[in-house]
Design a binder for this molecule. Structure first.
Ligand code: NAD
Length: 369
């Protein structure tokens, strides 16, 4: 099997390059054992790009990213850049990429790997076997809609205000991604809003209901108020399969669901854009964590969030689910061996970034024999 899709690799700052270096071993492995070839191109982003080129994202890097099928992103930022003006901060590189690629759908899986059940703050029976997906609308809603601002009132006091606004088309396009995801998983979709108190929520529910009638064959749809969803996520999270919500509720619910799994070092994410005429979406895959300056250079960063971001890329951009499954099984094997980077508690078998990856690759080698 061959594939000549193009991946933009952007390691970034801090532990970004450390976890990216280990993850790229998977690309070599897939070429060698599965005859699956990806063309990669690497560009600076964030603080490193600022140091070398005076901007967190060069025009050239942006235009190359737009040409690629998918972007594999590490992390950006660090204390060295904290005092830079807003436009030059490392995070601007990331935000510009998200905006220019029009990545409106943010996918955050919350999966509890069996060996890590004890790492969750919830009881083992609540999280054992957990595998849910939160889909957050990323480019609309209260973080962007106008009017917004802080005005001075006639009496000298101020008013701060934001607008939560969604159009039919914005809700439909995130709804389509949600139905698509549910179809590829267990066929269950929970649409979340506050239609009891918000007009944008009333429209959200109306549009998702219509879309379900027209395009949701085979999908079991339920609606839930956002406050109830937050409660249900910590009470009985396994009742969910895919949850779709707006930008604001998604921000909170995805963090809540993520922490059910125990460690920031295990959390991948994907951000998808609209399909082009060939049905291919622009996409960016990145760990949820940042550049972790406190452990940079020590060789102890957990590479698995970056690895799992890569498996999301295989699954959602390239349709290579078998290879994604294989890598995820190897991750589970590595963890079952007792290996733990310090963020996972270290424990009796404390391993480095490279040693964790050695275990993943060894397990894949055995499965490929
Ligand atoms: P962080 O995610 O970098 O680190 C939080 C804590 O988690 C730290 O103790 C860190 O050591 C630990 N951690 C994170 N990832 C880990 C991993 N893979 N393995 C082991 N431990 C891990 O968040 P922060 O400390 O708030 O931010 C540090 C810098 O990263 C800041 O400059 C921030 O702006 C930036 N940041 C970038 C992104 C991004 O690039 N998407 C996201 C969040 C923060």
């Amino acid at each position: 099997m061959t594939s000549n899709r193009k991946i933009m690799v952007m390691p970034g700052d801090g532990i970004g390059p450390e976890v990216m270096k280990e993850t790229l071993r998977l690309i070599d492995w897939l070429a060698k054992y599965k005859k699956l070839n990806f063309n990669t191109i690497e560009k600076d982003v964030g603080g490193k790009s600022f140091d070398l080129h005076g901007t967190p994202l060069t025009d050239e890097a942006l235009s190359d990213a737009l040409e690629c099928d998918a972007v594999l992103f590490g992390a950006v930022g660090g204390p060295k850049y904290d005092d830079l003006p807003f436009e030059q901060k490392p995070e601007r590189g990331l935000l510009t990429l998200r905006k220019e690629l029009d990545l409106f759908a943010n996918l955050r899986p919350a999966i509890v790997f069996p060996p890590l059940v004890e790492a969750s703050t919830l009881k083992p029976e609540i999280v054992r076997g957990l595998d849910i997906m939160i889909l957050r609308e990323l480019t609309g809603g209260v973080y962007f809609a106008e009017p917004r601002g802080i005005d001075v009132l006639p009496d000298g006091t101020k008013k701060g205000y934001d607008t939560n606004l969604y159009t039919t088309l914005e809700i439909e396009r995130i709804g389509r991604v949600a139905f698509d995801l549910a179809r590829k998983r267990n066929g269950k979709l929970t649409s979340v809003e506050k239609a009891n108190v918000m007009f944008s929520g009333v429209l959200w529910r109306e549009v998702i209901t219509d879309l379900h009638k027209n395009e949701g064959a085979g999908i079991e749809l339920q609606h839930m108020f956002a406050d109830n969803c937050a409660m249900q996520l910590v009470r009985a999270p396994k009742q969910f399969d895919v949850i779709v919500c707006d930008n604001l509720f998604g921000d909170m619910l995805s963090d809540c669901a993520a922490m059910l799994t125990g460690s920031l070092g295990m959390l991948p994410s994907a951000s998808l854009g609209s399909p082009n005429k060939d049905g291919i979406r622009k996409a960016m895959y990145e760990p949820v964590h940042g550049s972790a300056p406190d452990i940079t250079g020590k060789g102890v960063a957990n590479p698995l969030a970056q690895v799992l971001s890569f498996t999301m890329m295989l699954r959602y951009s390239f349709g290579h689910s078998d290879e994604a499954d294989l890598i995820e099984l190897a991750v589970s094997d590595a963890l079952s061996s007792g290996a733990r980077t310090p963020d996972l508690g270290g424990g009796s078998k404390s391993v480095s970034t490279a040693q964790m990856m050695d275990l993943v690759i060894n397990s894949m080698d055995q499965k490929a024999r």
